[in-house]
Design a protein around this ligand. Sequence first.
Ligand code: SF4
Length: 110
Amino acid sequence: MKKELNLKSVQTQKYIQAWLAAMIRAGGQTTTDQHAQARIAVCEVCQHYSQVQPIPGLKMPGCLICGCPSLTKAHMKTYFSIGKMGLKVSECPHPHGNKWQAVDEIFSNN
Ligand code: SF4
């Protein structure tokens, strides 16, 4: 039987809040909640959407291509990339093209 993820657990909520706070401190810009929910709705019907493990022992829904939890990356317009050592636009890495593009265009003025 598939184990349900407890997204309201203290550990999960602390991880999400700490990650978002770190990205904002690093200069990242957030989306509105409505924008993030629209992105997550796109992910929820994608074949690459499953469980990711951002830190050992913590599983969350997310993208198997980039490894990012949807409850973090979808809430950012830009985020700090350690690999690039700078701010990066938060976008869908789908091999057939950015699946968030249409949603991002709708929310581009927010
Ligand atoms: S490939 Fe894009 S749409 Fe699919 S889960 Fe990853 S971020 Fe979401």
